[in-house]
Design a protein. Structure first.
Length: 178
């Protein structure tokens, strides 16, 4: 399990699935077919901290709802780094890496289910929440003690940034961006 300080020093960016990682995996559907998810605020704040401190962040998800895009944008994920309806996560991951001049081993990837395993293996550190699918837990480099939507992303982003002495909050920049 890659959880020591030195493993975190090579990380320059983050990428994540959404359902089951950024959320608890539950999806509500209204009579008009609108889908609703609950995102953890602490996970969102960690993404803001990462993007404010120079770490690109991507959402790579099979979900297609506009609400995913809106949530991503409000927490600092750039439009070009939002991959909705992804059916080839490895390709989308490599596109993210190419566009940011990153090697796959410089990216921490968060996933919770079978479609994420390939990207987890390609990335520098593959992370899953505590309640991920059994096959994903077996493939992960790190298993967060937190479940999806309840701090998994915050936990690992904060660890990486603290290892690099980059977990810093600039009030003026925060006010400017958000």
């Amino acid at each position: 399990m890659a959880q020591n300080h030195n493993d975190f020093l090579k990380i320059k960016a983050f990428a994540s699935d959404v359902d089951g990682v950024m959320t608890d995996g539950g999806v509500l559907c209204d009579l008009e077919g609108q889908l609703y998810r609950i995102f953890g605020a602490k996970d969102g704040f960690a993404i803001r901290m990462a993007t404010m401190n120079g770490f690109p962040f991507a959402f790579i998800t099979g979900g297609r709802s506009a609400s995913i895009r809106e949530r991503a944008l409000t927490i600092g994920v750039k439009e070009r780094d939002i991959y909705l309806g992804s059916r080839d996560k490895e390709s989308d991951f490599m596109d993210f890496c190419r566009r940011h001049g990153l090697k796959p081993e410089e990216v921490m990837y968060f996933g919770d289910d079978v479609p994420d395993i390939g990207v987890m293996r390609m990335s520098g550190i593959g992370v899953c929440p505590a309640d991920a699918a059994e096959d994903v837990i077996a493939a992960a480099d790190c298993v967060s003690p937190f479940p999806g939507g309840k701090g998994c992303v915050r936990d690992m982003v904060e660890r990486v940034m603290k290892a690099q002495n980059r977990w810093t909050f600039d009030t003026a920049e925060y006010k400017r961006l958000y």
